[in-house]
Design a protein around this ligand. Structure first.
Ligand code: 5GP
Ligand code: ZN
Length: 118
């Protein structure tokens, strides 16, 4: 069930510890964790700790926090799974494929051979 209400937000529940996750990175403003249904090995989600449903509603301060850690998290993720290349993806709104209405960036490592993950 997707909702724009923080009370009913999957990622806010992860942030409060109501739902488990596999943490990749954390600081005061940002959490990164593995996607529960990975598109590829190492598929990671990066979220602000403040609930905001869409990129269009994100404050400069939230975007600054995200922007200042996305390069290092991306690098750690691809190094961790032995990938060289990756996609950075971000969906806004139902028609665009957004399912969880808490702003997030997908880091999706890409492999030459998807089957072997190399
Ligand atoms: P969206 O389509 O909204 O951009 O992506 C939402 C992502 O969140 C999906 O890739 C989905 O697999 C992931 N996701 C949904 N619920 C959970 C959860 O409870 N835990 C984790 N780790 N990922 C989730
Ligand atoms: Zn939320």
């Amino acid at each position: 069930v997707s909702s724009e209400d923080p009370e009913d937000c999957t990622f806010c529940k992860i942030l409060s510890g109501q739902l488990p996750c596999t943490k990749v990175f954390e600081n005061d403003e940002i959490l990164a964790f593995l996607d529960i249904a990975p598109i590829s090995r190492g598929h990671t989600l990066v979220i602000p700790k403040t609930h905001v449903s869409s990129l269009t509603l994100a404050s400069p301060s939230i975007m600054s926090s995200l922007g200042s850690v996305l390069p290092q998290i991306s690098n750690a993720v691809i190094q961790g799974v032995g990938a060289k290349d990756f996609n950075l993806l971000q969906n806004n709104g139902q028609i665009a494929g957004q399912v969880v209405f808490h702003l997030h960036f997908h880091i999706i490592p890409r492999f030459k051979d998807v089957e072997s993950g190399r």
